[in-house]
Design a protein. Structure first.
Length: 442
């Protein structure tokens, strides 16, 4: 059999040949590289592979099938271009390559779709019904995502004093493409498809606040997002943390967010070209207070580096604050137990990525907010305050680990408007560790 299809599908009684690790998986965690010595011991192989992972041969076959379809379509397009311009001359008429009318037709069909078609309207208790027939725009700190810098929440945040904007603080251990692992070398008698396809192709290189004023705070930080260009492409350079035990695993998935608490102050950002008057936020409200180290030892929100840091204790006073502290101790105990269990199960996977994201992703006991807790959000300077009860009623949970808060649903909004949005928490100290993971608008 040709090398590319060996051990891909074994006959009955010989299935074990296809399942052998040496035939199914080809990976390593490190290849010696000049000038780079990993500070963390590297694993021999990427951990976590089991029968649920199909292996490299399956991915290679599927990738070539998809590539073949794209190449056939490109060839058909080139043939059409040639046939039309031979008789009609250049340039090629718009109707052969402009897709505006095609997209417009698709959107018109969607907006006129009967309400009974599909399942979107089942979510009407969680999101505005208009969302089902509206093209949305978004920003996120999850990866991978295309054009990471321009699609992040950080890219729309209004800078605080001194130009401070929350960003990924972790650094890549090294830069530049990885050297190909010897395990991926193609045998001498096999066809090198990559060489055939790339022949002649030039590759691009990638290179305390005034209560009436909404002033960006200095206490927000990006948490849980991998550094680098995590765009999901084969050439993306992502992760490579000093704490990684498998620098060549190539994983780009991380679930980051802009993390803050009461002392972080206002988080201010701008959404552009709002046409339908819809703005929704995805929040994570179960983070541990210790995850925000930027506000460590702060007792009030700061908007200036010159502002004095008080040292007179926590801002959440007795009574309600003490009650919340007692209840949160139980939550912390549960979280620590879960962290220990999870560590035993997936220590290798978490270490190689360099992050422990378990606390924010599992259905653990939610941290209890003080009764005095308040959540403020502002639309173009107009502040709406939600107390604890109103906040918990207003935030919706369509599924596990997804909390949505609609801050604007106004069909009369002026089309094409630029809107400034701001959020903050109050009267909860560091206990309300919230992360903004996605912003959606239309």
């Amino acid at each position: 059999l040709p090398w590319a299809v060996r051990y891909l599908r074994c006959k009955k009684g010989k299935e074990d040949l296809c399942e052998k690790a040496e035939n199914k998986y080809l990976n390593t965690c490190w290849v010696e590289r000049k000038g780079v010595k990993p500070p963390t011991k590297q694993d021999d192989h990427i951990v976590g592979a089991d029968k649920s992972h199909p292996g490299w041969r399956y991915h290679q076959l599927k990738g070539r099938m998809l590539a073949g379809t794209v190449l056939e379509a490109l060839q058909e397009a080139i043939n059409t271009w040639s046939d039309v311009t031979i008789t009609g001359g250049h340039p090629l008429p718009d109707e052969y390559w402009h897709v505006t009318d095609y997209y417009k037709e698709s959107r018109d069909k969607m907006t006129s779709l009967d309400a009974g078609v599909g399942s979107c309207l089942k979510l009407k208790d969680y999101v505005p019904e208009r969302v089902c027939k509206t093209a949305m725009t978004g920003r996120s700190e999850f990866t991978p995502r295309p054009m990471p810098e321009s699609t992040s929440i950080s890219s729309i945040i209004k800078p605080a004093e001194g130009g401070y904007v929350p960003k990924v603080e972790d650094k890549l251990l090294y830069d530049g493409p990885d050297d190909p692992p010897p395990a991926l070398d193609i045998p001498d008698d096999a066809i090198d498809v990559r060489f055939v396809v790339s022949a002649g192709i030039r590759r691009r290189r990638r290179r305390r606040l005034n209560e009436d004023a909404i002033v960006p705070g200095l206490g927000w930080q990006v948490h849980g997002e991998l550094p680098g260009v995590c765009d999901g492409t084969a050439t993306g350079i992502c992760g490579r943390l000093e704490s990684s035990t498998c620098l060549l695993d190539g994983h780009m998935d991380s679930k980051g967010g802009v993390l803050g608490n009461e002392y972080s102050g206002w988080l201010v950002f701008t959404v552009k070209d709002v046409k339908e008057g819809i703005i929704m936020l995805a929040l994570e409200t179960s983070h541990d207070p210790s995850e925000n180290d930027r506000t460590k030892d702060w007792t009030e929100a700061r908007t200036s580096e010159k502002q004095e840091v008080k040292k007179d204790g926590d801002a959440v006073d007795g009574g309600e604050g003490e009650k919340a502290d007692e209840e949160n101790k139980a939550a912390e105990h549960d979280a620590e137990t879960e962290k220990a269990d999870e560590k035993n199960e997936t220590d290798g996977r978490r270490l190689r990525r360099g992050y422990s994201q378990v606390a924010a992703r599992t259905n653990k006991r939610r941290r209890l907010l003080p009764e005095a807790f308040k959540f403020d959000f502002a639309i173009d300077g107009k502040v709406t305050t939600l107390d604890k009860r109103a906040f918990e009623e207003r935030i919706k949970k369509p599924r596990d680990n997804l909390e949505l808060l609609t801050v604007l649903d106004d069909a009369s909004a002026k089309a094409g408007k630029e809107i400034e949005v701001a959020i903050r928490m109050r009267d909860c100290g560091r206990d309300c560790a919230f992360a903004l993971t996605h912003v959606y608008w239309a």
